[in-house]
Design a binder for this molecule. Structure first.
Ligand code: DCP
Ligand code: MG
Length: 364
């Protein structure tokens, strides 16, 4: 049963701590207590780090950082090859644990999910107690730690789970939400990526309290549809329901041209515009994908798609445009007239261990 938004809900957001790295440290005693980076390579051949152990984070190593930089920060860092099949099975196990308390589970990635426990299966009633039990089960059954955020809506629960990592449990009750939102830096607001944050800073907007001074129409004027959301969220209002089975499969954008493109330079310019839209959407949805796909429709309506998969997920503009241009170069562009180009990202952190890294695929 889905609870109606106007009824006070109990939402838990669970996020595993240093997910890939903790699993590798659990399964290999040699890695325990040491700085490890999952993904990437010591030679720094263009690879990026998927995640780092907490020991490695002390040196400043972070997700999506080039391996080369990681080695500079910590020469002793140990690079570990990711084992997606293991991460996937741990993920299924934690979802099974969540399922003991509620069926309203919305996974965001392998290591993260929202739970609506307003009417929990065991009639425990207290969301804090349920979160405690979930954390204990994860610890007992998987020897891993998770952090939990508890509140009356998704937005606040998600921010809360990040506040006391690792092994944290943070409850933000209804009476504390507004002051909490006011003190929150704008970067933390859902959908505020680097570009929007910079724009906000230029406008003198640094915290929720600053955003709150603007009217709904002012916010919409400057930030479009997102402005409407900021207006509500800064007042602690987030009616988004926990949606079980909702899994975003891909995020992309495409463009049909007013005339067929024949010059490679024109196609590259078009890709640049499309990549910016894709980047913007990924940021807005806080997604990063391991597979990029280029779609080309020729003047005769024949469609070709080409994909490349990476060992770690990407979500930055440079990686998207570089990969898209490479895929375009790899197609036969001689004498081709192109009507449409599209770029999409898929295989979000979540999915498929089956894909081989750097594999090039041609589908006709
Ligand atoms: N991941 C990835 N590429 C990224 C970010 C993350 O492949 N750019 C993978 C590795 C992470 C997992 O997704 O282990 C979960 O991502 P989180 O952002 O939750 O990061 P961690 O769980 O590693 O650390 P934290 O304790 O901060 O949640
Ligand atoms: Mg995590």
């Amino acid at each position: 049963m889905q609870t109606r938004p106007e009824i006070k809900r109990k939402i838990i957001h669970i996020d595993m701590d240093a997910f890939y790295a903790s699993i590798e440290q659990r399964d290999n005693p040699d890695y325990r207590g040491k700085p490890i980076a999952v993904g990437g390579s010591p030679q720094g051949r263009g690879g990026v780090v998927a995640t780092a152990s907490y020991e490695a984070r002390k040196f400043g190593i972070r997700s999506a950082m080039p391996s080369k930089k990681a080695v500079q920060l910590c020469p002793d860092v140990i690079f570990v090859r990711p084992r997606f099949d293991v991460y996937k099975s741990v993920s299924l196990h934690i979802r099974e644990i969540f399922g003991r308390y509620t069926d309203l589970i919305e996974p965001l990635s392998l290591d993260e999910a929202y739970l609506d426990v307003s009417a929990d299966k065991q009639n425990i009633g207290s969301a804090i107690e349920i979160a405690r039990q979930i954390k204990k089960a994860i610890n007992d059954e998987l020897q891993l730690t998770a952090s939990a955020g508890i509140s009356v809506n998704k937005f606040v629960a998600k921010i809360a789970s990040d506040l006391k990592k690792p092994d944290g449990l943070t409850f933000i009750g209804p009476s504390k939400i507004e002051s909490f939102m006011e003190s929150l830096p704008v970067e933390k607001f859902f959908g505020v990526g680097k570009v929007t944050a910079e724009k906000m800073r230029r406008m003198g907007l640094y915290t929720g309290a600053d955003l709150k001074k603007l009217t709904e129409s002012e916010l919409t004027k400057h930030f479009g549809k997102a402005g409407k959301f900021y207006f509500k969220i800064v007042r602690g209002i987030d009616d988004r329901e926990v949606q079980p089975n909702r899994e975003t499969k891909s995020v992309g954008a495409e463009d049909t041209f007013p005339y067929d493109l024949t010059e490679v330079e024109e196609m590259q310019d078009a890709l640049d515009r499309i990549a910016r839209i894709v980047y913007d959407r990924l940021e807005r949805h806080e997604l990063s994908g391991r597979t990029i796909t280029l779609k080309i429709k020729y003047h005769n309506f024949k469609i070709v798609t080409r994909s490349q998969s990476f060992t770690t997920s990407i979500n930055d503009f440079d990686s998207i445009i570089i990969a898209a241009k490479k895929l375009l170069e790899a197609t036969d562009l001689e004498e081709k007239r192109v009507r449409l180009l599209g770029i999409s990202l898929s295989n979000f952190r979540d999915i498929s261990a089956r894909e081989l890294p750097d594999q090039l695929r041609l589908e006709l």
